[in-house]
Design a protein around this ligand. Structure first.
Ligand SMILES: [Zn+2]
Length: 283
């Protein structure tokens, strides 16, 4: 079965940028005859907002983005991540480098590679061996990366939390055949494929969509104070999101979100996404 996911971090309510990604991931997998699901990437409690998960799920529902599978929570996957760590044991080491020391280097210089026995108060890094990673992104095109260029990376943080790149690679490689997400995550894809390859997981098909940006170039995010979606205007929001994606839904006075998505699903297979999205304009 083909599966595609929308995987928000519960740091705040959905904004127009996240709605665009949600809708694109929904249309993309549905147009392929697959199943769409929502994964809440909640592995970083200090950064999260306790009310965000409920707000995100209710907002998706209000915009007619109904999942085919139950909501998945990364916090339920501790065992899966621990098993992966076990499997990679021979490639791990314990890093005690300070943030300040690391800031001087473009990539990790391998300082702690010899620390292969567990240390307290240390990050766990994966020792990367040289290897070429190739994949074809459905939007960005062919990608070729040398693993040594990204260097040994953190799989478990010094504070004991799983690294986002690592956990997400394991989940995507285990559960998703299709990953459509924003281009802000394009740079972690080679590392994630590397992790999947080391673990013998299937590599999903990737599509990285252009980001929605403010006029000053900042992407819409919690940090850039992107306004929360107003769920009482869900139909207009869906219409706007589709327009950013380059689709032009016809004007029907009473078109509800579900009708708009149904229309978009018909268009999607022959639709070419724009290389860049129009600049965000609040309405
Ligand atoms: Zn180190």
């Amino acid at each position: 079965m083909l599966t595609g996911r929308f995987a928000p971090s519960p740091t705040g309510p959905l904004h127009m940028g996240s709605l665009i990604t949600a809708i694109a991931s929904y249309l993309d997998i549905k147009a392929s005859g697959g199943q769409w699901y929502v994964r809440i990437d909640n592995l970083d409690p200090p950064r999260e907002d306790p009310s965000a998960t409920a707000a995100i799920l209710s907002s998706l529902h209000n915009h007619a983005l109904e999942a085919d599978l139950d909501v998945d929570y990364q916090s339920d996957h501790q065992q899966r991540y621990a098993q992966a760590l076990q499997q990679l044991q021979s490639q791990l080491f314990y890093c005690t480098c300070s943030r300040k020391t690391l800031a001087k280097h473009e990539r990790y210089p391998g300082t702690c590679r010899a620390n292969t026995t567990p240390l307290d108060d240390a990050a766990i890094r994966l020792r990367v061996s040289d290897h070429t990673i190739r994949y074809t992104d459905a939007i960005v095109g062919e990608q070729i990366h040398q693993a040594e260029a990204f260097g040994d990376f953190v799989v478990k943080r010094r504070d004991g939390l799983w690294a986002y790149t690592f956990a997400t690679a394991i989940d995507d490689g285990s559960d998703s055949t299709h990953v459509l997400r924003g281009q802000d995550l394009l740079h972690v894809t080679p590392q994630q494929i590397y992790v999947m390859q080391q673990l013998g997981l299937s590599i999903p098909t990737y599509a990285h969509i252009p980001l929605l940006r403010f006029a000053d170039g900042a992407k819409l995010s919690k940090q850039s104070h992107a306004p929360a979606l107003d769920d009482t205007r869900a139909a207009e929001n869906v219409r706007t999101a589709l327009r950013y994606l380059g689709l032009q839904p016809p004007r029907h006075e009473n078109w509800q979100p579900a009708g708009l998505l149904e229309w978009a699903l018909e268009e999607w297979p022959n639709h070419q996404l724009p290389q860049e999205l129009a600049t965000y304009a609040s309405t």
